[in-house]
Design a protein around this ligand. Sequence first.
Ligand code: SF4
Ligand code: SF4
Length: 308
Amino acid sequence: MERLGIRDRVLLATKSPSWLVKETGDWDRFLDTQLQRLRSDHIDFYLIHALNQKRWQTVLDTAGLDAMVKAKADGRIRHIGFSFHDSLESFKTIVDGWDGWEFCQVQYNYLDEEYQAGRSGLEYAADRGIGTVIMEPLRGGALARVPDEVKAIFAGYRTPRMAAEWALRHVLDRQEAVTVLSGMGNTDQVWENAAVASSARPNTITEAERRVIEAARDWFRQRMPVPCTTCGYCKPCPSGVLIPEIFELWNSAVMFDDRERQSAWYRSGMVGHGKDTGQCTECGFCTPKCPQGIDIPARLKEAGTYLS
Ligand code: SF4
Ligand code: SF4
């Protein structure tokens, strides 16, 4: 950017690591270090990263929003937003908690319409004038590398399309989406994604296309070992077990034949951190709160065995 002299033609985005913030001065410290490393005097889109209910409290306790307002006033950042990983309820709390948000970033794809903020979150933010950036449209690439059975579903449509195109078209159909973040590993993928984004328009998916996407989604859902929607109503577990997150890893491992990777996430993020299935005391506190009627302690045992 600096070498080519194109800073004014590039929109730069980066995120503040909210989980590392301990005191008010940290907000400025992280931002100034980022500006230095990026060799820029401003960041166009600055997000408070990976907000959830707990980190939102940190933002409030450490005057994080005041720090953002100050950084915007002195020109170090142009637009303020947040990225998000928690329940829909927490999403609404954060959206309603400050009238300075300009945009937010949420996970959304044809398997995750009800996951975390989900479709309701997109609409909630849009109704309040907040732009939405969609992340994980291909679910970490899994929706681009679908099994033969799903390829056969897509092949039944009159126009040949790659699996990634189906997934991208599904999110680009949302009028709330300001932009869609799709990880790209080479220039071919950049051209492919740009071509899809150029031809897809919001609210244009036909009934026939919708049926194809729903059939693919149903195929994946039928493979889920546990019908957890990750609604989070069972939280918090008094013993610290990350119930929806564990079920999510188990479902993804089975749906996408991805046991090794999901097990690695389980071991690195939960086992040894007091969040794994081994912490469950079978107190029964969570089960009555589950709208899906899941026998949570029993299914957690199965998930733990599978992921271990
Ligand atoms: S039954 Fe297990 S997972 Fe559920 S609340 Fe009790 S300890 Fe937590
Ligand atoms: S186990 Fe039940 S209550 Fe908990 S997140 Fe899953 S569906 Fe929701």
